[in-house]
Every structure is written in C-alpha cells, then in structure tokens.
Design a protein around this ligand. Structure first.
Ligand code: GMT
Length: 376
C-alpha cells in the first residue's frame, strides 16, 4: 500500500508513534510518505520504501500567522497525485485532520478519491482541541475522517465526552519494538557516568510541560533519596525545566540530579535505570512509561487517563492519585528497598511491555488500511 503519514516531527509522543509506525510499515514492504515541516527526529531515511516531503510555508509580511494548514493541504494534494498515494493517515487532529479533509475535497474535485484515517493522541483532545477556539474545527474534522483511532480506551471515552462525535473510534494502543537491540546492561563504564554502584538510577523523560507535573517528579525524588541512595536523570526540554533546576537548588540535591536535555540516547539511559517516574496530570497513554517498561524499568505513575491501561498496580509498578507525592515516594521505596523485589518488578515490567509489541499492533493498522481501501 502507498500511505502518506502526516505528523509532528518533534520528540513528542505522537510524532514518535507516527514515525515508528511508518518505519515498520516500510519494513513490511509498504511505500511510506512522511509529509511534515521537518524531518521527524527518529526517521531513518535509508530505506527505499521511506520518502520524506517537506512542507514549506513561505514567509510573507502580510501574514501575521503563516498559513501552515494551507501549505500542508496543497502539499498533500500534490504528493497524492505525484506518487499515487492511496491512503492518508494523519496523526493529531489539529491541524492535520483539518488539512487532510481539505486535501480530500480538492482531490475529489479532480476525480481522485482517497480515504483518511485520523489517529487521536491525547493533547489534541484533552488539552488543546477542547479549547472553544478550536472545538468546532476539531469535531468537524474527526467526523469527516473515514476512520478514527485513539491510543487508549480512556482517550476514546474522553473524545466522546468532550466532543459531539458521530464516528466509531477504534482503540489501537501505542506500541514498542521489543526485540530492538537495547544497550548491554552490564557495560558498567557508561553507568558509572551517571551514578556510583551503590546508587539506584531513577529517570523521568518528557517534554517538561505543565501537564507532566515536573515539580512532583522532583518532590518524589527528594523523598526517595532520603532513604535510598539514588540519582535522578531528567531527560527532555520544556517550559518547566528551569523551575525543576531551581527546586533542586533550593532542596540542595543538585549533585544528585542530572539534566540531559533532549537526548537521542534514551534507550541507553533507560537500560541503566531502576525506576521511572511519570506523575502526569493526565496521559492519554504514556508512551514514555511503555518505553521504560520495554527496558525492564518499573514505573511509578499517576493513575489518570490511559496510564492504568499501561502500568499495572503492584505488578509493573504502582499508580497514585495525581499530586500524591508521598504515596509515590513510599511505593518507589518499596520497589527499590531490596534487590529481589526490584528484580521481580523489572521482569514484570518487561513482560507487560510485550503486550504492546509492535508486531502485535501492526497487523491491526494494516487491517484498517485494507478496510479503508476496500471502501474506496
Ligand atoms: O505529552 C507528550 O509527551 C506529547 C504528546 C503528543 O501530543 O505528542 O503525547 C501524547 O501522545 C502520545 C502518543 O500517543 C501518548 O503516549 C501521550 O500520553 C500523549 N500525551 C498526553 O496525553 C499528555
């Protein structure tokens, strides 16, 4: 099949899912066209089935805001015609589903019919899309999609609750490449750059937005390190990073916290980690937690959104109410206090991650594409 994937090319979860999806589909012989404003961060172009088309938005002084949707829908029309693309798969409703619908209409006027699948990732529904400024456009473009998928049951329910949606939404969870070669946990020299042998390594990875409750990460770690010799790895960039640095300074734990910024070595950092913290206000799924689990790292998370669909209480980690840092620290200490318990949680985390193996999820997408093609 010839499939166009429209996504945000950044470190964010939706971009990562879209990129990994495209890469796996290409490995399975499909022709994949990424259409976005810059090359997705995890995209390796060394595959004859992968194509990347950049959307350029020329600067023009008249425009206070550059019209990205216009440029994207025009690019979609051109690329569909040029490469005989058969399916549009847009990730994130805003503005991708909207631009995709416009492209469909333009193509229709030239006698070309093409199905569009929209995958909802969370912030497009629960945070941004729900804003009154965007709501009518988001409802419209979801309802005009041929097929709609969401990354968790929780997000599906939120979408029906927050918008007037008449379409059936199919849940297709986030996935992970389980058999990917991950760093050898025994290569101690790298680990020693992060912590001493007697210290446990605790990690948080995100875009440091408010929704991630970064101060809760620091407060939870502050409590843990009073009992367990440990170090905190903070991976990512975003608006709350400075606040976190200031908190570490105030709490005098600077020497126990490393801020990495955006890193391409996430697998390496996770392979040395003993625990992952994700106390978010909400997560439609929590891909970062799944990535940790696939590296055999137990997760301490909040219990909001789709997180209970990924992290299982007392098995792969623990879940607490949003903001309950005391409970999170207590649970973390339970896991980290003795080696046998830690090992059990590590094994469980990996076992649970296998339920989200890319090889299990990919056929669901392929089936959906086939259904979409048959409809047209
Ligand atoms: O919050 C992020 O980390 C970025 C955000 C995005 O929009 O790309 O991630 C969302 O999509 C991911 C992939 O489906 C989900 O795993 C994340 O849980 C979701 N983030 C939120 O719901 C806050």
């Amino acid at each position: 099949m010839k499939i166009a994937i429209v996504c945000y090319p950044t470190f964010g979860g939706s971009g990562v899912v879209a990129t990994e999806l495209g890469l796996e589909l290409a490995r399975r012989g499909h022709e994949i066209h990424f259409i976005t404003y810059s090359q997705p961060v995890r995209l390796a172009l060394l595959n004859p089935n992968i194509h990347y088309h950049e959307v350029n938005v020329p600067e023009y002084p008249l425009f206070h805001y550059q019209p990205y949707e216009l440029a994207l829908s025009s690019k979609l029309v051109d690329m569909v015609k040029l490469h005989k693309i058969e399916i549009l798969h847009v990730h994130y409703a805003i503005p991708h589903a909207y631009a995709g619908y416009m492209a469909k209409q333009m193509l229709k006027s030239e006698g070309i019919r093409i199905p569009m699948i929209t995958t909802l990732h969370g912030t497009d529904i629960t945070l941004v899309g729900n804003h009154p400024f965007y709501k009518p456009a988001v409802s419209f473009s979801i309802n005009k999609s041929d097929y709609v998928t969401s990354v968790s049951q929780s997000l599906k329910e939120d979408t029906y609750k927050l918008f007037d949606i008449k379409k059936e939404i199919e849940v297709i969870p986030n996935f992970i490449e389980i058999d990917k070669e991950r760093t050898d946990v025994n290569s101690a020299c790298h680990r020693s750059l992060m912590a001493t042998q007697d210290q446990k390594i605790i990690t948080h990875i995100s875009n440091f937005r408010k929704v991630k409750r970064i101060p809760d990460v620091i407060k939870t770690f502050y409590e843990i390190q009073k009992t367990i010799p440990s170090k905190l790895m903070m991976v990512g960039e975003g608006p709350e990073k400075e606040i976190a640095e200031k908190m570490c300074d105030d709490l005098k734990i600077n020497d126990k916290v490393i801020f990495f910024g955006n890193s391409n070595e996430i697998d390496k950092i996770l392979s040395y980690s003993d625990l992952f913290l994700l106390p978010s206000e909400t997560e439609s799924f929590g891909l970062a937690a799944l990535e940790a689990m696939a590296s055999g790292v137990p997760v301490i998370s909040s219990n909001s959104g789709g997180l209970p669909e990924v992290n299982k209480q007392g098995f792969s980690g623990y879940l607490s109410n949003v903001g309950d840092v005391e409970d999170m620290a207590k649970n973390a200490i339970t896991i980290l206090s003795d080696d046998e318990t830690l090992l059990k949680f590590k094994r469980n985390a990996l076992e649970l991650a296998k339920e989200f193996d890319i090889l299990k999820i990919m056929p669901i997408y392929e089936k959906l594409y086939e259904k979409a093609l048959q409809k047209y």
